[in-house]
Design a protein around this ligand. Structure first.
Ligand SMILES: *Cc1c(COP(=O)(O)O)cnc(C)c1O
Length: 638
């Protein structure tokens, strides 16, 4: 058997392909983060996880890397600066971050700070989000873009905020909103900043394809745009129309779709401009995808780079403007996923496994004469490389027949147990044998799948990876250590919830570019925790996550990496306690305690429980309410 190397692990888990240069594996076989690229500072994720545990921070833990957020903000802005220079584009560029992608306060504050030198602004899509955005520091020249369905309160708040010096642009998403904006502006005697969202015919592709097109939820049809323009003229407010916006959906895998929408959207801009609208900004929305699986072709991937995206946006807008001889606008993007998806990692421990592999055949009682059992016994004894392929198919067939015989009462329970025992023992023996012969690679592959383990993992798919459950989205999930050892088995990962959907069986297969059902894993060691990381979970997952089975928010940490490989934990956000999660569904801690106390007293009276046992039960109950919703390590295991 050829020896295993860390390089082989890198290839197997495709870390070069999906990691965008931000993740790698070091000589010790630990996964490292390199937010500034391969030559920059490094963070050993395994070492950090152990050291977080020493601090009392529990797994599952969400690790947020501020440096990676910074690196992404810089990358997107640099790409646009490059494109503007290359094309000699006459307008500028500024991004806004749509906070719905991840509204966590620490992240928003980091983005505003890192985006300071790039005039990064914020976008909100609801009233609560507007209130968050208004209270943040506004970067110089930064804008606030207000999207989503709006009521009068939303609009009046946005209009009034301009009196605080905020550059709040209210985008008309439904035609009814324009008269409301005009009314609010009159009421407060101020000039509003208005944007129109246009409903494009060009659609995105991938999982979020319905965000554009005639039936999309948001935006104005062509005739509504014209009506809106006329209304503004009538009200003598055309000079408030600053921005034109469109958004064709998230995680767009194909650059072709993006280009088509840009061409269409830019035409709306140039036409309105020709008609005398003083538009300054063309807001091309979000949708810039990230590469979750490294394939370059699936819905979880992209067939373009950030630089290609920027080049296309700039050149298409420029061409459209030059053709119609109108002024080139400041290009605004609302990319959220591309800014924050990479920055966070969920690290969880594996609690144990179910295995079907069996090194020993079952004992057969001497009086057992069932033909099927005798046949299996013979196969087990006779099995060799020459007959392996033939026997493999025989055994699959026998297993199927055994089920029928059992159903019709011709095989009893003990006999069925022996048949099953042989089945798994024979497959296990076959898997080992097949490794000796390369011609048996196909069967070996099937055997590894059939014999794959089930790993019980300390997290909830519904809380931490909702899009994996809801949309079948692939996230890179790999062990974060032991890559200097060959992973001997394959496994499906199941979470803590009592829901059969609470599992991950969608892993990237670098060789085929398709998703595969099982992941290569190492054998579990009783004396050492086995840690895995789910990467690129920074976009959408946190807020979409839910409380299925009452598993709450995980612990989270913000980490800044130092040049010398050290790091600083700038914030620790404790996950939900059990009583917090219970209060979300209207249980009151004191009342629960009182009910338990009463039950104890009653059982003490009847003599069913001793006073000391009751005291212990109450202690466990109270500690349980204050504890983590996930499985916790015992003090002495740390
Ligand atoms: C959700 C949303 C975005 C963000 O999209 P990403 O794909 O995350 O970049 C941008 N603009 C609007 C209007 C949105 O609704």
């Amino acid at each position: 058997m050829s020896s295993w190397t860390v390089d082989k692990a890198k290839e197997l888990y495709g870390i070069k392909y999906w990691g965008a240069g931000y993740y790698d594996i070091n000589d010790k076989g630990h996964v490292i983060a390199t937010p500034e690229g391969p030559s920059g500072a490094k963070l050993d994720l395994y070492k950090v996880t152990l050291e977080l545990r020493q601090r009392g921070i529990r797994t599952p833990v969400l690790i947020r890397l501020a440096d990676l957020t910074k690196s992404r903000v810089r990358l997107l802005n640099t790409c646009f600066q490059n494109a503007i220079k290359e094309c000699e584009y006459k307008g500028g560029f500024q991004g806004v971050y749509p906070i719905k992608v991840n509204q966590q306060r620490h992240l928003i504050e980091e983005l505003v700070t890192f985006g300071g030198e790039y005039s990064l602004g914020l976008e909100c899509g609801s009233k609560p989000e507007l209130l968050v955005v208004l209270a943040q520091k506004q970067n110089e020249d930064g804008i606030i873009v207000c999207n989503g369905f709006k009521d009068m309160e939303y609009i009046e708040t946005a209009v009034l905020s301009s009196k605080l010096g905020r550059h709040t642009i209210i985008v008309v998403d439904r035609k009814e909103e324009l008269p409301m904006i005009i009314k609010a502006a009159r009421k407060f005697d101020t000039k509003p900043h208005i944007g129109f969202r246009v409903k494009l015919a060009s659609k995105g592709s991938g999982k979020w394809v319905d965000s554009a097109g005639d039936r999309s939820k948001f935006g104005l049809t062509t005739s509504e745009i014209v009506e809106g323009y006329e209304l503004l003229i009538k009200e003598n407010m055309l000079d408030s129309l600053e921005l034109l916006h469109f958004h064709i959906g998230s995680q767009i895998p194909s650059i072709g779709r993006i280009k088509a929408s840009l061409k269409e959207g830019a035409r709306f801009y140039t036409e309105l401009k020709k008609m005398g609208a003083p538009l300054r900004y063309l807001d091309v929305g979000g949708g810039l995808g990230v590469d979750y699986d490294g394939s370059g072709e699936s819905d979880s991937s992209t067939n373009y780079t950030e630089q290609e995206y920027a080049n296309d946006v700039v050149s298409i807008v420029q061409n459209a403007c030059e053709e119609m001889e109108v002024e080139q606008p400041t290009i605004v993007t609302e990319n959220g996923r591309a800014l924050v998806a990479h920055h966070s990692i969920l690290v969880f421990d594996v609690l144990g496994k179910n295995t079907l592999q069996s090194a020993e055949p079952p004992q057969v009682p001497s009086d057992e004469k069932h033909k099927m059992i005798l046949e299996l016994e013979e196969i087990y004894e006779d099995l060799n490389l020459k007959n392996l392929s033939e026997y493999y198919h025989d055994v699959l067939h026998i297993k199927e027949s055994s089920l029928q015989l059992f159903t019709y009462g011709m095989l009893n329970l003990k006999q069925k147990a022996i048949v099953d025992g042989f089945y798994w023992a024979i497959l296990t023996k076959m898997k080992e044998l097949s490794q000796e012969n390369e011609d048996l690679e196909d069967i070996q592959f099937e055997l590894t799948e059939l014999l794959s383990d089930t790993f019980f993992c300390n997290f909830s798919v519904f809380q931490s990876l909702p899009d994996s459950w809801a949309l079948g989205q692939v996230f890179p999930i790999i062990p974060i250590h032991r890559h200097d050892e060959k992973p001997e088995t394959k496994a499906v990962l199941v979470d803590l919830t009592c829901d059969s959907d609470g599992k991950i069986e969608n892993f990237l297969d670098i060789e085929s570019g398709k998703a595969k059902k099982t992941l290569e894993v190492h054998s579990l060691d009783e004396n050492e925790s086995y840690f895995m990381g789910a990467f690129m979970v920074g976009a959408y997952q946190e807020t979409l996550g839910d409380l299925h089975n009452l598993f709450g928010d995980t612990d989270a940490v913000h980490i800044t990496i130092h040049e010398n490989g050290g790091y600083y934990v700038s914030d620790v956000i404790a996950g939900d306690t059990v009583s917090e999660v219970l209060s979300f569904v209207q249980y009151n801690r004191e009342e629960l305690m009182r009910n338990m106390r009463n039950s104890c007293e009653m059982s003490i009276t009847t003599g069913n429980i001793t006073r000391r046992e009751a005291a212990l039960l109450m202690k466990y109950y109270e500690e349980g309410l204050a504890g983590y919703t996930y499985l916790e390590q015992h003090e002495d295991e740390l």
